[in-house]
Design a protein around this ligand. Structure first.
Ligand code: NAP
Ligand code: SF4
Length: 677
C-alpha cells in the first residue's frame, strides 16, 4: 500500500467558502459527555484526538435548542450565552488540531425521556415512555426562533457550522411524515405543509448565522416505518432544503422505532449507499453517505464511484481515532475496525451511561486511560491470547515492557475465533487481524501452541504474570450428556463438526443465539439483496417508508432454542440495541423458542424435556450445549480463602469472571492493567 492508496476519500471538498480537507466526517453520536458542563474538557480531548487522527470534520452529539427538545432531563443544550464558554473548549481543541467542527442541533420531539415532550401531533411512540403534546402554532414559531438562536450561539462558540437533525424519527422527522403528523393547519397535510417547519428552520439558521457557516441537514432518506415518506416526497423535501440554503445533505436511515436493523453488525457493509446515490442525482450540493461504512476501502469505493461526496462514520472513529491518518499512510491493516457490536457505544448511551468502545476502551476516556511510557521496564508473562490477554500484552509492550504471550492453541483471538465464524459477525475477524498486527508492532514475543506450566512461569523469573486463560464451556448435569448426539459450541463453531437437520440448542444466551444463526444462515456474509429481501426493505421507497413484503426462504434446519428460566427474554446476553434484531432473525427462520424448560435426559430418541409439567421428546439429530462458561484459572496461586497468594499474579477477563464473560469487560480490564503495570 502506498500513501496514495485512498486518493478519492482524501481529496479536499470545496464548499464555496470553506474547504474540507478530506471526505471522512465523524458523524454525530451521543456520548453522554455533552450533557454535563463538567465533562466538556473530556469532550474536547475526545474530538481533538479524532481531529489529530486526520478526520477533517467532526460533528458533536445532539445539542438541544430549548428545554422541550431535551433528549433526557438536563440534556446538553445551547440556549444561553454562558453555555458558549463550555462549547468553546471543544471548538478550540479541534481547531488547534487543524480540524473543523459542526454542532448537531437535535430536538427530540416525542423521543424525549421526560414528561414535557411535544410533537407535531399527540401520537405516542412505541418506544417512548411519555405521550407528547401536539405543538401549538405559537410554539412552532418559537421553536424556529430557538433553532436560529442556537445556531447564532454555536457560531459564537466557534463552531464551523451546524447539523440539523431531521432524521431517525426525531421532531423534524415527526413533522414531515404522516405517521406522526395529522395536523390540519399549515404545518400538516400536504408534503409542502409537513416540510414547512424544517424549511423555515433552515432559513432562520442561515439568517442567524450568516453565509459563511456550514449548514448540514440530516434527512431521513428511508424511514423504514409505516406512514413514512415515499421517494417522491423525500426528493421534494431535499430540494426544498437545498433551496432554503443547506450546504450538505446527510443520509439518515430508519427511525429508532423501526423494526428493521440499520447499523448492527449483521447489516451488510454500506447496505444503504444506493439511497444516497439516488438523492445525489437530484441535488447540486454535496451529499454524505452513512450507516455500516467502516473501512477505508468501502469509503474509497463510495467516493470513487460517485455515490456520495462525503462519508459519515461515527463508531469507526470511536474504534480508531487515527483511521484517516492510517488510511492516508496506506496502512489500512493498522486500523482497529469497528465491529458494529454496539456494546460499548449505543448500548451504553441507551442505558444512560457514558459511551465508549468495545475494541477501544480509551474512547471517551482519553484523559483517564492513558498509556504512559514506563521508566522501569519489567519482564511480563501474559497467559492466554484471547481479547483480555491480547490487550494487556500489547498495551504493556507499547509502554516499554518486555512481554511474552503464551497461547495454548495455534492462534490468538480466543472466543473471537468462534464469533467470526457466525454469519453476520464476520467483522470480528478484523479485530483479530488488528491484534496480530499490534503484537508485531509492539514487539510482544508470542508463543503459540504453548500450554505454559506453573513451574515454567516460576522458573523464568517474570516480574508480573497475567492470567488471561479465559473460559471453558459449562457441561450441564443432564442424564445422557455423553450421548454422541451431544456437541459443544466449539465443536460447531470452531471444529466444523457435522450437524443434522433437527437441532436442540441448550442455553439461549449470546452463544446459543450465535449457534442458532450459524446453523440457519445460507450465506456468509449475506449479500445486500438477500438481506433486503429478508427484512422487507425497498431501497427505492416505491411505497411509503421503504417497506415491502419480505421474501424468506424455507429454513435450512429446524432449531429449538431452549432455556430453563421462564420469564427471561431469549437472547438476554446480547445488548439492549441488538437483542431484538437477533430475536427477529430467529423468528424469520422459524426457530422454536422455549422457556421454562426442564432437561430430563438425552437418549437415542432425542432430548427429553418437561415444560409446564408436560413431558415432551424433541426428536433431534443433535443437541448443542451453549449453557454458559466456567473460568479457567488453574495457573493462579491462591490461598485457603481463594485470594491470590503471589502479588506478581493478576487475573483478567473470563478467567476472572466467567458468569459475565463479555469482550467489552475483557478488553477494558486488559487495557487498564496494561496501563498500570
Ligand atoms: P449466557 O448469556 O450467560 O447464557 C447462558 C445460557 O445457558 C442461558 O440461556 C442459561 O439459561 C443457560 N444455562 C446456564 N446454566 C445452565 C445449566 N447448568 N444447564 C442448562 N442451561 C444453563 O452465556 P453465553 O451464551 O455463553 O454467552 C457468554 C457471554 O458472551 C455473555 O455475556 C454474552 O453476552 C456474550 N456474548 C455476546 C454476544 C453478542 O452478540 N453480543 C454473543 C455471544 C456471546 P437458563 O439458566 O435459563 O437455562
Ligand atoms: Fe463499534 Fe462496537 Fe466500538 Fe461501538 S462498541 S464503536 S459498535 S466496535
Amino acid at each position: 500500500m502506498t500513501a496514495s492508496a485512498f486518493p478519492n476519500m482524501l481529496k479536499p471538498l470545496d464548499l464555496g467558502f470553506t474547504q474540507l480537507k478530506n471526505r471522512v466526517v465523524m458523524g454525530s453520536m451521543h456520548t453522554g459527555l455533552e450533557d454535563r458542563f463538567f465533562n466538556y474538557g473530556k469532550l474536547a480531548a475526545y474530538f481533538a484526538e479524532r481531529a489529530r487522527g486526520g478526520t477533517g470534520l467532526v460533528i458533536t452529539g445532539g445539542i438541544s435548542p430549548n428545554r422541550r427538545g431535551w433528549l433526557l432531563p438536563l440534556a446538553g443544550s445551547l440556549n444561553h450565552y454562558p453555555d458558549v464558554v463550555n462549547h468553546r473548549r471543544v471548538t478550540s481543541a479541534v481547531h488547534a488540531e487543524g480540524g473543523k467542527i459542526l454542532m448537531q442541533i437535535l430536538h427530540a420531539g416525542r423521543y424525549g425521556y421526560h414528561p414535557f415532550i411535544v410533537s407535531a401531533s399527540d401520537r405516542k411512540s412505541p418506544i417512548a415512555m411519555f405521550k407528547p403534546r401536539a405543538m401549538k402554532e405559537s410554539e412552532i414559531l418559537s421553536t424556529i426562533r430557538d433553532f436560529g438562536r442556537c445556531a447564532r450561539l454555536a457560531k459564537l462558540a466557534g463552531y464551523d457550522g451546524v447539523e440539523i437533525m431531521g432524521s431517525e424519527g426525531y421532531l423534524l422527522n415527526q413533522f414531515i411524515c404522516n405517521r406522526t403528523n395529522n395536523r390540519t393547519d399549515k404545518w400538516g397535510g400536504s408534503v409542502e405543509n409537513r416540510m414547512r417547519l424544517p424549511v423555515e428552520i433552515v432559513k432562520q439558521v442561515r439568517k442567524a448565522a450568516g453565509q459563511d457557516f456550514i449548514i448540514c441537514y440530516r434527512l431521513s432518506l428511508l424511514d423504514l416505518v409505516e406512514g413514512g415518506n415515499s421517494w417522491q416526497e423525500i426528493v421534494t423535501i431535499a430540494k426544498a432544503l437545498e433551496a432554503a440554503g443547506i450546504n450538505i445533505l446527510n443520509t439518515g436511515i430508519g427511525w429508532h422505532e423501526a423494526r428493521i436493523p440499520t447499523i448492527v453488525t449483521s447489516v451488510p457493509r454500506a447496505a444503504f449507499r444506493q439511497v444516497t446515490a439516488n438523492i445525489k442525482k437530484e441535488l447540486k450540493i454535496p451529499v454524505m453517505a452513512s450507516n455500516r461504512i467502516n473501512t477505508p476501502e468501502v469509503c474509497e469505493d463510495i467516493i470513487a464511484s460517485g455515490d456520495a461526496d462525503l462519508i459519515s462514520m461515527a463508531r469507526p472513529l470511536l474504534a480508531d481515532s487515527e483511521f484517516v491518518n492510517k488510511a492516508a499512510a496506506g496502512k489500512p491493516e493498522e486500523i482497529n475496525t469497528c465491529i458494529a457490536c454496539n456494546q460499548g457505544c449505543l448500548d451504553m448511551t441507551f442505558s444512560g451511561k457514558r459511551s465508549t468502545c468495545l475494541v477501544n476502551p480509551r474512547a471517551c476516556y482519553e484523559t483517564e486511560l492513558v498509556y504512559v511510557k514506563t521508566s522501569q521496564p519489567k519482564k511480563i508473562a501474559v497467559v492466554g491470547g484471547g481479547m483480555a490477554g491480547l490487550t494487556c500484552a500489547t498495551v504493556a509492550a507499547e509502554r516499554g515492557h518486555d512481554v511474552t504471550l503464551f497461547e495454548a492453541s495455534d492462534d490468538v483471538g480466543g472466543q473471537f475465533t468462534m464469533a467470526m465464524n457466525v454469519p453476520g459477525k464476520e467483522e470480528f475477524q478484523e479485530t483479530i487481524r488488528y491484534y496480530r498486527h499490534l503484537l508485531k508492532k509492539t514487539g510482544v514475543k508470542v508463543q503459540l501452541n504453548k500450554a505454559v506450566s506453573e513451574a515454567e512461569l516460576r522458573n523464568a523469573g517474570f516480574d508480573e504474570v497475567i492470567v488471561a486463560t479465559g473460559v471453558k464451556p459449562r457441561v450441564p448435569k443432564i442424564p445422557g450428556i455423553d450421548h454422541p448426539k451431544v456437541l459443544s459450541y466449539p465443536d460447531v463453531l470452531k471444529h466444523g463438526r457435522k450437524v443434522g437437520h433437527r437441532v436442540a440448542v441448550i442455553g439461549a444466551g449470546g452463544i446459543g443465539i450465535d449457534v442458532s444463526e450459524f446453523l440457519l444462515a445460507e450465506h456468509s456474509p449475506q449479500p445486500v439483496d438477500h438481506w433486503m429481501d429478508e427484512w422487507g426493505v425497498d431501497i427505492n421507497s416505491a411505497d411509503p417508508g421503504g417497506l415491502r413484503a419480505p421474501k424468506r426462504e424455507q429454513p435450512l434446519r429446524q432449531v429449538y432454542l431452549l432455556q430453563r428460566s421462564a420469564g427471561k427474554k431469549m437472547g438476554q446476553g446480547p445488548g439492549k440495541t441488538t437483542g431484538w434484531v437477533h430475536r427477529l432473525a430467529l423468528q424469520h427462520h422459524q426457530v422454536k423458542m422455549l422457556g421454562g424448560v426442564e432437561y430430563v435426559k438425552i437418549d437415542d430418541l432425542g432430548l427429553h424435556i418437561r415444560v409446564d409439567g408436560q413431558d415432551q421428546i424433541l426428536d433431534v439429530d443433535n443437541i448443542i450445549l451453549c449453557a454458559g462458561q466456567e473460568s479457567v484459572r488453574e495457573l493462579l496461586p491462591v490461598d485457603s480463602e481463594g485470594k491470590i497468594s503471589d502479588k506478581r499474579y493478576h487475573v483478567i477477563g473470563g478467567a476472572k469472571l466467567a458468569g459475565e464473560l463479555d469482550a467489552k469487560r475483557a478488553i477494558k480490564e486488559g487495557a487498564e492493567l496494561g496501563a498500570r503495570l
